[in-house]
Design a binder for this molecule. Structure first.
Ligand code: ZN
Ligand code: ZN
Ligand code: FE
Length: 757
């Protein structure tokens, strides 16, 4: 029996809408919806979101409330609508009322940046439109948001657009509730908004009627051009010119880390890589991430773009400026972060001109400042590898804690996470915290998010590792309680919490390194537990890591350690002759034997290093994770075999048998492709078997696969399939990276759980 009023009885209700509902065209949307349902009332912003009252026939109000979340504008995220009845006033007509005073407790979320919408793209290419070829066109459905916000409430005066006074035409659009640009804070046009200019290598402006066209012409001639994007500077050059790409590598001091490519549209992207329908949807989505996918045979891309890889990272134009540039150039461009080596991407104009001076021949810049540096986000298969522009600062649910929290993250791929009242805001990818410049943006980022989302953390969760700068940051925060969280437990918790679960589950957490509860280096862990706690139920066979961190840069050292573990007198293997001097090898073998400067590790990342080195794939890496990525790329796609990898007592994955089998195969003349594939098979099978054993013993049916090693698509897919075959439910990280980019959120989830109990 229904208790709702008969459909034609007059009613009035007040509704509070929470979520990302400001700066996304929500009020005009409500206005149109109310008019459509012939309802009277009003709508306004306040510090918590949007408040509205509607009055009219009960049936119309019901339809209005049902449509409200369903038909919301593209950038809006409606998290909650709460209604209560009000007395009818009899007033007709609907109005957009002035905002209620901001106050200090502003929590209405700021949206993420969005690629140009269809309507803006059409205007951009329409000769008759007043914004024809205007590189900064935007509306309430698209454009910059997070990268230009200086404070809240989200209002033009508190963005980097504050210095641009709207012309009469723009102002009229901005003030018209029925216009697509009603309260579009970055609204601009050629008469009143930002302008693009082209500078030469010395920073002097190059006379050109159309800066973007001139930049495209320079690119076609083989120039390297620094391009100011939404979240920072990129370095661009033609992707099909071997010499130019090699020159970019040389000047950037980036030896072989793959470059991303920008294609003009989906069709151009399809000529470069093989895309699933889902990948096409993500590639063309308004978040505009880089999607890494298998390279298409015959793709016209220089070999120097992605040496040693079978995949390419592709992105479509993320701003109108990029759209014009690619349209004008007519070729695919390398679009890589504007930095030298591992420094953070440049985003401030003076700094960019200085730092990129020796690299770029031209600078395509503009006068709209970037407030927050954000890198391009990166996706691969089902996994987010880097979460930044387009996704940040969208919030995630986090089981509620009574108090405000900060998770400080780890050291590499750093992010931070603020949480309160059941929501968590994970910061943009900051990068390697061992760099002073990165540490500064980390501190600034935390402070910025605290203001934007009005979170004043009382509890600070950090990694167990005392030497991480994120831990040092946690220790210097005043007037807070601190919780130390084990690294791999945080990986497990992040994945569970993202899926709205608390455990118990079995976690296979494989990565490069994290400080274990026993003081040794962990990285190949089978954990049993959930947000409330964990036990170490098993792990990879421990070996020495000769030289500590040096072994992460020099995989051959791990080859030496594993040879010693299998009882071979570690003589320099033939595949490493010419790569490693015999006396250095002997010195490292001595460290392994004596244990001097050679801590024990169970790291799966270091096992990958050892195998890559033994195969002759890579003896020394130029960036983190390179050996494992190249070993994956080397796999023979047709090889389905697997080496033995037995489970020892205590559920120890005894990879000594695996390494012995690899040595035998290599001596027997097996190809690297076959060896690499069988190694992946061994690890996937052993992991699935071990998880099933632990799950059976503990009576749980859920397995979490996480940690940076699961960025490896072959390992992830094989392991997931085997676990599913065994009747287990598999959870993998979807919204946050499996690498250390997910740690801060996991720390916050564990702290919230501890506070609840
Ligand atoms: Zn638009
Ligand atoms: Zn204007
Ligand atoms: Fe990790």
């Amino acid at each position: 029996m229904t208790r709702s009023a008969p459909p034609d009885v007059a009613r009035r209700i007040r509704a509070r809408v929470e979520g990302t509902v400001q700066g996304v065209g929500f009020r005009p949307y409500v206005y149109r919806l109310a008019c459509d349902e012939r309802l009277g009332g009003w709508v306004r912003n306040d510090e918590r979101g949007v408040v509205l009252e509607v009055e009219g026939a009960a049936g119309a109000i019901e339809r209005f409330l049902a449509r409200l979340p369903r038909e919301a504008p593209p950038l809006a995220v409606v998290e909650r609508v709460r209604t209560r009845p009000r007395a009818c006033t009899g007033a007709r007509g609907f109005a957009i009322a002035a905002s209620a005073g901001g106050g200090s407790a502003a929590t209405a979320p700021v949206a993420a940046d969005s690629a140009p919408c269809d309507a803006c793209r059409a205007e951009l290419l329409d000769r008759a439109d007043r914004r024809f070829r205007y590189p900064f066109i935007n509306c309430t459905d698209c454009g910059p948001r997070f990268t230009i916000v200086r404070g809240v409430p989200y209002d033009r005066a508190l963005t980097t657009m504050a210095g641009f006074e709207m012309c009469a035409a723009c102002r009229a659009e901005y003030e018209d509730p029925l216009d697509r640009r009603f309260h579009a804070e970055p609204n601009a046009c050629p008469a009143c908004g930002p302008r693009a200019v082209l500078l030469d290598a010395a920073g002097s402006s190059v006379a050109a009627a159309d800066a973007v066209a001139a930049a495209a012409a320079a690119l076609l001639d083989g120039a390297i051009v620094a391009v100011k994007g939404a979240g920072g500077y990129h370095l661009a050059c033609r992707a099909d010119d071997e010499a130019v790409v090699a020159a970019l590598r040389g000047r950037k001091h980036r030896e072989d880390k793959p470059f991303a490519l920008m294609a003009h549209d989906l069709e151009a992207a399809r000529a470069l890589v093989e895309l699933t329908p889902e990948e096409e949807r993500l590639l063309a989505g308004r978040e505009r991430p880089i999607v890494i996918a298998p390279r298409r045979r015959g793709a016209r891309v220089a070999a120097a773009v992605a040496p040693g890889r079978r995949e390419l990272g592709v992105i479509l134009p993320s701003t109108p400026l990029h759209l014009l540039l690619l349209g004008e150039a007519g070729v695919t461009l390398v679009m890589t972060s504007g930095n030298v080596s591992d420094e953070p991407i440049a985003f401030e104009d003076a700094d960019a001109l200085e730092r990129l001076a020796g690299i770029a021949d031209r600078f395509l810049v503009h006068d709209r400042p970037i407030e927050t540096r954000t890198d391009d986000s990166v996706l691969r298969g089902p996994i987010v590898i880097r979460r930044s522009r387009g996704y940040v600062p969208a919030s995630l649910a986090l089981p509620g804690s009574p108090r405000a929290l900060l998770g400080c993250g780890a050291e590499l791929k750093s992010t931070f996470c603020l949480a309160k009242g059941g929501r968590a805001w994970v910061g943009h990818h900051v990068g390697d915290l061992r760099n002073w410049e990165t540490l500064r943006s980390y501190r600034d980022g935390v402070a910025h998010f605290e203001r934007l989302f009005a979170v004043a953390p009382e509890i600070v969760a950090h990694d167990l590792h005392p030497d991480y700068l994120s831990t040092a940051y946690a220790l210097e925060r005043e007037d807070v309680e601190r919780i130390a969280v084990q690294h791999h437990h945080a990986h497990l918790a992040a994945c569970l919490a993202e899926h709205g679960e608390t455990g118990p589950a079995v976690g296979a957490i494989y990565d490069g390194a994290g400080l274990g509860a026993d003081g040794t280096i962990w990285g190949g862990e089978l954990l049993a537990g959930g947000l409330g706690g964990f036990e170490r139920a098993g792990h990879l066979w421990p070996v020495r890591q000769p030289g500590g961190d040096a072994a992460a840069r020099e995989p051959w050292r791990m080859a030496c350690a594993w040879l010693d573990a299998v009882g071979e007198h570690p003589a320099l293997p033939p595949t490493l002759r010419g790569e490693v001097a015999p006396d250095r090898w002997d010195a490292v073998a001595a460290l392994v034997r004596t244990g001097t400067a050679a801590p024990l590790t169970t790291s799966v990342g270091r096992l990958f290093d050892a195998v890559a080195a033994l195969c002759g794939v890579r003896a020394v890496v130029n960036y983190e994770g390179q050996a494992a990525a190249e070993l994956e790329a080397a796999c023979d796609p047709d090889e389905r075999g697997a080496y033995p990898l037995p489970l020892g007592s205590g559920t120890v994955l005894d990879a000594r048998a695996t390494v012995a089998a690899i040595l035998a195969d290599l001596r027997g003349g097996a190809t690297v492709g076959v060896v690499a594939a069988r190694f992946h098979g061994a690890l996937a099978e052993a992991t699935a078997r071990a998880c099933a054993v632990v799950a059976g013993r503990r009576g749980v049916d859920t397995v979490v696969l996480s940690g940076g090693a699961f960025q490896n698509r072959r390992l992830l897919e094989r392991t997931s399939a085997l676990l599913a075959d065994a009747g287990l439910r598999v959870l993998i990280p979807r919204r946050l990276p499996p690498n250390d980019g997910g740690i801060a959120y996991g720390q916050a989830a564990i702290a919230a759980s501890a506070l609840r109990s």
